[in-house]
Every structure is written in structure tokens, then in C-alpha cells.
Design a protein around this ligand. Structure first.
Ligand SMILES: Cc1ncc(COP(=O)(O)O)c(C=O)c1O
Length: 361
């Protein structure tokens, strides 16, 4: 099996899972219990919090553990339900499907998928209380100008939230330099266990999930110690894999350039994250390409995983180009299990697909 769908979720890191199973006494207890098992869990949880905080240059007191980045994003939006909000047209569904559309101003993107500080400046009024923008787009990998936007917003009376899910470990994140009030991260995108997220927040907020007093009253629910630990331990590994992933993407692009395929890259290679490559094949429908590669043991995606299972064309590609292009576009996303041999094999398989050279079927 060749897995090129890391932007949907990473292959899990077996050595971390093994480490968890071999030290189960540190994970069995409820970290809020007062006995020995509880204390062992608490120590793992708090050590993980410190490590995760360090990874984004944050104060551990500002790290709130959640069950997903979707929940982290929802938590922030739930605090601004009645306010005017600025976001972009290419955000993740956990933002787009949650905002109150009547009170939301959507920034456009250019042909490479970037929103701009200039448009934000134009649209920002005193009524806007929240600006929520993504760092790296999940479908095309565009690295958005959030550092510049944070610099501009830092003296304004507006809350700045950044969805950093696809940036984490691929692009440096520093909360001080971002001048953000909050950001979201997801453990499973870097090799941690699924269903564990992080909300960094330096302001007092109301919890979305109410109940117990966990996470200092900011998020109720029994803590997921294994999720926190697996994310904290995955981060340094993911950082050490950066160069390899960059090389894999360059190698893939070089093979494309040398091929007789008819294709275009969606977005720009200039300022994009190294793990995502989105391609347009004018004469091949994306569904067909996905199924064909799947039959040959290769996993890719035709949009964000939340839309998988449906044939809905990518909202991001539609906004940047048009519906027709979106129906002929696929995403390859790379990670630590991939090799150049995987890419060679993929090209051998692709070469046999009718229409890939742009000729009519
Ligand atoms: C940019 C972005 N934001 C948020 C999320 C949601 O993450 P989670 O799966 O942890 O809810 C994703 C997941 O695909 C994403 O790519």
C-alpha cells in the first residue's frame, strides 16, 4: 500500500504506540483521580502540555486539550456567535460550516490561493470582533500571509485566531511572532492518535463542552492522555522528516516535468507547504483517477477527507478556478513512510491511464 493522503491523516507512528502499550500504567488512570494511577496519568498529560507548548513557543497555561482541531475551531467561533467575523473562502469546513453567514465577511483568494492583507484592511471595521484565518490550506498547501496579518492586527481591538492544522511541523509556528490570540492544532496530522486536538488561547474564553472542570474549566471531559502523549512525541519526529518530505515533493514535480502528462499544478509551488501537491489533469475525472490508483494500491484524495465518500468537487479549487477544474483535480500529500520508489511506481501506474497525456479518450 502506498499512502499519499497525509493531509487527511498521517500513518500512525508504531514506535510511539508500542511505547504507550508497554507503559500502560501511565495511561490507564483518569488524570484527575487522586490515586497513584491518576497521578501517573497527570504527569504524562502535563509533560505533554509543556512539550506541545514549546513546539509553538507558547505558555503551557494557554494550551487547552480538545478532541479535535474542529472542536478547537468551533470553540473560538462559539465565543463570537453574535459578532461580525472575517474569515476566508478557503477555510476548513469546521470554520465554513460553523460561522454565522449573515455576519461573516469572506476574504477572496487569488489564482494561487492566497488571501491578502490589503483586502483584510479594506474589510476590517470596528464591528468585526474576530478574524479567523488558516495558515496552510489543506487542499493546495498555500502558505498564507498570517504573520503579516498578525503584525497588522496586533494593535487592533480584534481577536485573531489561526487554524494551524496543516502548518504544524511543516512551517514554523511561533505564537509571539504571529500575534494571535488563539490557534488550533491536530495530533493525527503529524502521526499522533486520531481525535486529539489543541487550542492555544491567551484570552479568557467560554468553554464549548461544559461539564467537569478539566482543562482549568475551559473544556470538560476526561483527558485523553494517550492522544496528548502521542502528539507531543510525534512533533520532533515530524520536524526531523521535513527535509525528506521536501525532497519527495520536488522529486514528484521533477517526474511530472519529465513526463508527457497533460497537467497543471493547482496553486503555486513558490510559497507552499512541502507535504501537499494538488494537480489538475484536464482529460481525467478525479473520481476515476482516485479509483484507478486505489485499485493499484495507491491512496490519494480528491478534496478534504470530510468530503470523501461524496463526489462534491473541492470548494477551494472551485473558488480559485471553476467547478470543471475541481472535478479534474486530485491531491497527493506526502509523509514519513513515502519513498522515491513509491513515486516511481505511481508514475508507472499513471502512464497506463488513458487521458493522462491529454489526448481525447
Ligand atoms: C486546515 C484544517 N483545519 C482543521 C481540520 C480539522 O482537524 P480535525 O480532524 O482534528 O478535526 C483539518 C483536518 O483536515 C484541516 O486540514
Amino acid at each position: 500500500m502506498i499512502y499519499f493522503d497525509y493531509a487527511a491523516t498521517s500513518i500512525k507512528r508504531k514506535e510511539i504506540l508500542k511505547d504507550i502499550f508497554e507503559n500502560m500504567e501511565n495511561f490507564d488512570g483518569n488524570p484527575d483521580s487522586l490515586h497513584a494511577l491518576g497521578r501517573a496519568g497527570k504527569k504524562v498529560l502535563e509533560d505533554s502540555r509543556v512539550e506541545i507548548a514549546k513546539s509553538i513557543n507558547a505558555n503551557p497555561n494557554h494550551i487547552i486539550f480538545t478532541a479535535s482541531a474542529s472542536e478547537a475551531n468551533n470553540t473560538i467561533l462559539s465565543n463570537f456567535k453574535d459578532d461580525f467575523v472575517i474569515t476566508s473562502k478557503i477555510e476548513h469546513d469546521s470554520i465554513l460550516n460553523t460561522v454565522n453567514k449573515e455576519k461573516t465577511i469572506f476574504l477572496d483568494v487569488d489564482e494561487d490561493g492566497y488571501f491578502s492583507l490589503d483586502e483584510l484592511k479594506e474589510k476590517l471595521t470596528d464591528e468585526v470582533k474576530l478574524v479567523s484565518l488558516m495558515f496552510v490550506n489543506n487542499e493546495i498547501g498555500a502558505i498564507e500571509p498570517v504573520y503579516k496579518i498578525g503584525e497588522f492586527l496586533k494593535d487592533k481591538d480584534v481577536f485573531f485566531h489561526v487554524d494551524c492544522v496543516q502548518a504544524y511541523s511543516h512551517v514554523d509556528i511561533d505564537v509571539e511572532k504571529l500575534h494571535c490570540n488563539s490557534l488550533s492544532l491536530s495530533g493525527h496530522k503529524i502521526g499522533g492518535i486520531n481525535s486529539f486536538g489543541v487550542l492555544y488561547c491567551n484570552k479568557k474564553i467560554n468553554p464549548l463542552i461544559k461539564g467537569g472542570e478539566q482543562e482549568k474549566d475551559r473544556r470538560a471531559g476526561t483527558s485523553f492522555t494517550m492522544g496528548a502523549y502521542s502528539m507531543a512525541k510525534s512533533f520532533p519526529k515530524a520536524i526531523s522528516e521535513r527535509e525528506k518530505i521536501k525532497e519527495l515533493k520536488s522529486y514528484f514535480v521533477k517526474k511530472l516535468e519529465e513526463s508527457n502528462f497533460s497537467y497543471e499544478i493547482n496553486g503555486s509551488l513558490e510559497n507552499s507547504a512541502d507535504h501537499i501537491l494538488n494537480l489538475y489533469f484536464p482529460k481525467v475525472k478525479n473520481e476515476l483517477l482516485l479509483t484507478y490508483l486505489d485499485m493499484n494500491g495507491i491512496c490519494i484524495s480528491v478534496g478534504s477527507a470530510c468530503r470523501a465518500g461524496s463526489v462534491e468537487a473541492s470548494n477551494v479549487i472551485k473558488n480559485m478556478y471553476d467547478e470543471e477544474r475541481a472535478r479534474h483535480s486530485v491531491r497527493f500529500s506526502f509523509g514519513f513512510t513515502n519513498t522515491k520508489e513509491d513515486i516511481d511506481y505511481t508514475f508507472e501506474v499513471l502512464k497506463k491511464l488513458r487521458g493522462i497525456d491529454g489526448k481525447e479518450r
